[in-house]
Design a protein around this ligand. Structure first.
Ligand code: NAD
Ligand code: DAU
Length: 340
């Protein structure tokens, strides 16, 4: 079995590669990644010498490079994690999101059609459903919730989902889609809420909470997401969408307070800054379908996962320090410098 994992030098893709090489030591895993600001080869350090692992630097929008890799590897399965993934960046520069997230997906599926494939899996997001009101805790996203996007990021992901489903209906391409809630865990890029707050708190820097910090996200430990994708590519029904989430809803401010408490930092570091444009209020997944059909349940409780994650950042400065001392500084200044 050969699996091409795109975007495998990023947060979730790398954790998925570690999971697959451990659970299926006989599988060949080929990582295709452009190594954008979010991709980091040092993340893959521990698997780089595995004889069943290969890394290829390429852009999923580069048709020639993608076709060449398919010719060389003749993959059975493609799992597409490659994406521009940060909502705030999509508000600044939407175009690259359309290019990678939509056109890149189309190129991958064309390659799958041309060379034949057992399964194409699209890693999507709960953000395609838009948001839920804060005062209706009885409402959840199901796979039948209409797509209703808020940001250029979520719009690009929803567009890709529609394209994937059209390749199933029109060309019979054997596709599946997963729509997962917010992941957290090791190797999470420090532009995202949890690692940003951990790293700022460690440096006694302000903790920039958007708006009043009352927006709610449904947090899932990254390994649980990886297990869900593993189940879907092996046992999921083609043409189907599976929601993945942990019934673990928390407001941003509560998360930031947990981080302060764990690190022994004062809550006075918390600074309320201007809100994200179009900020989604609440995400909440109903994961009944994947539970009933594939037996998936989250295994890591948030109370354990967040401690494990914070510990990982404490013990892996050599991973994140080079990131925050490079181009990230310009990004941080641009995004937060004038934010009041
Ligand atoms: P990430 O930003 O950490 O990693 C993205 C990876 O894709 C990077 O390694 C980057 O170099 C690579 N990449 C970007 N553009 C590329 C291109 N044109 N060609 C090849 N590689 C390219 O993202 P992540 O948080 O790991 O998310 C992975 C996927 O999961 C994304 O599709 C995202 O939409 C989805 N998702 C993320 C979350 C989350 O909470 N992080 C939740 C649900 C779904
Ligand atoms: O729900 C799945 C999605 O989760 C994925 O599709 C995205 O790729 C992923 O980035 C994530 O999107 P969010 O926008 O929810 O994640 P982010 O970490 O950027 O923000 C989480 C919440 O915290 C959100 O309500 C905005 C808020 N926030 C974020 C940052 C970076 C702050 O208050 N301050 C910050 O500095």
């Amino acid at each position: 079995m050969t699996i091409i994992v795109t975007g495998g030098a990023g947060f979730i893709g790398s954790n998925f590669i570690f999971h697959m090489l451990e659970v299926y030591p006989e599988y060949r895993i080929v990582c295709l990644d452009k190594l954008t600001y979010a991709g980091n080869l040092s993340t893959l350090e521990k698997v780089k010498d595995n004889k069943n692992f290969r890394f290829v630097k390429a852009d999923i929008c580069d048709r020639q490079a993608v076709y060449k890799l398919f010719e060389e590897e003749n993959p059975d399965i493609v799992v597409n994690f490659a994406a521009e993934s940060h909502v705030d960046r999509s508000i600044e520069t939407p175009e690259i999101f359309l290019q990678t997230n939509i056109i890149g997906t189309a190129v991958l599926m064309d390659a799958c059609r041309k060379y034949g494939i057992k399964r194409y899996h699209q890693v999507s997001t709960d953000e395609v459903y838009g948001d839920l009101p804060l005062d209706r805790p009885d409402l959840f996203f199901t796979e039948n919730t209409p797509l209703h996007t808020s940001s250029p990021y979520s719009s690009s992901k929803a567009s890709a989902d529609l394209l994937v489903l059209s390749y199933y209906r029109t060309f019979g391409l054997p596709v599946t889609i997963s729509r997962c809630s917010n992941n957290y865990g090791p190797y999470h890029f420090p532009e995202k809420l949890i690692p940003l707050m951990v790293i700022n708190a460690l440096a006694n820097k302000p903790l920039p909470v958007y708006g009043e910090g009352l927006n709610v996200r449904d947090w899932l430990y990254v390994e649980d997401h990886c297990r869900a994708i593993d189940l879907i590519i092996h046992n999921g029904r083609v043409g189907e969408v599976y929601n993945v989430g942990g019934h673990n809803e928390m407001s941003n401010i509560d998360i930031v307070k947990i981080i302060c408490k764990t690190l022994g930092k004062p809550e006075s570091l918390i600074t309320y800054v201007s809100d994200r444009k179009g900020h989604d209020l609440r995400y909440a997944i109903d994961p009944e379908k994947i539970h009933k059909e594939l037996g998936w349940l989250p295994e890591t409780k948030f109370a354990d996962g967040i401690q494990r994650t914070i510990k990982w950042y404490l013990e892996n400065e050599n991973w994140w320090k080079p990131i925050i001392s490079g181009e990230y500084r310009n990004y941080y200044e641009k995004m937060y410098g004038k934010r009041e």
